[in-house]
Write a protein that binds this ligand. Sequence first.
Ligand code: IMP
Ligand code: MG
Length: 178
Amino acid sequence: MAGSPLRLLFSAQQIQKRISEMGAQIDRDYPAGALYMIGILKGACFFMADLARAIPREVYIDFIGISSYGRGKTTSGAVKLTKDLDMAVEGCDVLLVEDIVDSGVTLNYLVNILEQRKPRSIRIAALLDKPERRIRPVEVAYVGFEIPDEFVVGYGLDYAERYRNLPDISVLEGPQVA
Ligand code: IMP
Ligand code: MG
């Protein structure tokens, strides 16, 4: 479409291929036993659904809600829990599932909170990573794709709550995101 603000970055097919690889890698890395996957609302819900189905072992699923103050494209630095887990994670192998790691503020905060609940292990799986933008340290065990500092939408990622349902991931360009 002429004048579309979206430039394709990863097709639905590329995303699925990478998620299959990630699932296989995760299954190889963990000792036998159940995996407790925690998706970060709302952006991670599509990735969570596909990654969980790519891990051939007993998997439990839960979600956690976070709101970061500040609108538009950047996190302000202040984070608040808006929905807590349903499950207890003490003694469990926890895999935190996130759509994209940007400043690292969200994941740095969540890892600190979850560590207090004494899981056996915590690792992070993120579909996308923008390492250039990091202001807080975060160790991401599984990364789908590293991307440059551009604003992306689709496959769960939004701009002002739009575009989450697009099957591909695209760069959002134009004056509305300047
Ligand atoms: P962080 O706390 O700065 O790492 O922010 C992570 C959150 O910011 C992600 O979970 C997304 O919700 C949002 N975010 C960061 N970069 C993008 C982007 O390029 N597109 C859409 N959302 C983004
Ligand atoms: Mg998010």
